[in-house]
Design a protein around this ligand. Structure first.
Ligand code: 13P
Length: 252
């Protein structure tokens, strides 16, 4: 099956509402009517409403960067799925390594977050990836197996293809050290095989993004790999021209 490429920009903790609006004005003329690549921006909570409004009717979809698994409750500082759904966001990035490293995100919480998002009709992007020490200790496959199988454990087989998995080796994030094509392909193929253990049809349909120092200059090579179906882009997604160039590379 041919999978529609999916390029998402993750702004992390960047952009005020005014800066977000400026980005949207810049990117819409460049990719606003692209229909052969799915395009998303992962926006800080405070700018979500503005970006949902200003991208409405375009092909740019809006994602949040985290969510709590409970519908509501005494969880000071957290945001629930109904709160995001009310804003009309398209989906949520969960399990980013920065949340795992700095904010105690666990596989157990992700096991609840992913199916809860699907149940609400929102699209999850589940991030997985090994640290440098784990790669050097030859634990990459163990880490990817644990993070992928736990995160998807409570997703019904019929819903697996609605999840996007982002393979982001932690050592490649924000470092300029991009995975080699062979490393990216091997990891994404390994993740797809894990999905195939659940459902061959889902493995064929699920999108797996590569993330970690993706730039316009290296995007075509990474996006051309057989098991890489898109990119999750950090630094290079802060500028509309550079994110648009990566979207163009995904069309080839
Ligand atoms: P960089 O593209 O800045 O390496 O970040 C990748 C990332 O973490 C996207 O979620």
């Amino acid at each position: 099956m041919s999978r529609t490429p999916f390029v998402a920009g993750n702004w992390k903790m960047h952009k005020t509402i005014a800066e977000a609006e400026e980005f949207v004005s810049g990117i819409l003329p460049l990719v606003g009517d692209v229909d052969d690549v799915q395009v998303g921006v992962c926006v800080p909570f405070t700018a979500l409403q503005a970006v949902v409004d200003s991208t409405r009717g375009s092909s740019v979809q809006v994602y949040a960067q985290n969510v709590h698994q409970a519908t509501n409750g005494a969880f000071t500082g957290e945001i629930s799925i109904p709160m995001l759904d009310e804003l009309d966001v398209h989906g949520v990035v969960v399990g980013h390594s920065e949340r795992r490293q700095y904010f105690g995100e666990t596989d157990a919480a992700l096991r609840e977050k992913v199916p809860a998002l699907l149940a609400a009709g929102l699209e999850p992007i589940l991030c997985v990836g090994e640290t440098e020490a784990e790669r050097e200790g030859e634990q990459t496959e163990d880490v990817l197996r644990r993070q992928t199988t736990e995160g998807l454990a409570d997703v019904a087989d019929a819903d697996l293809a609605r999840v996007t998995i982002a393979y982001e080796p932690v050592w490649a994030i924000g470092t300029g050290k991009v995975a080699t094509p062979q490393q990216a392909q091997d990891a994404c193929a390994f993740i797809r095989a894990l999905v195939a253990d659940r459902s061959a049809a889902a493995a064929d349909a699920i999108r797996i993004q590569y993330g970690g120092s993706v730039k316009p200059e290296n995007a075509a090579e990474l996006l051309g790999l057989p098991d890489v179906d898109g990119a999750l882009v950090g630094g290079a997604a802060l500028d509309p021209k550079s994110l648009a160039a990566i979207v163009q590379a995904a069309r080839a």
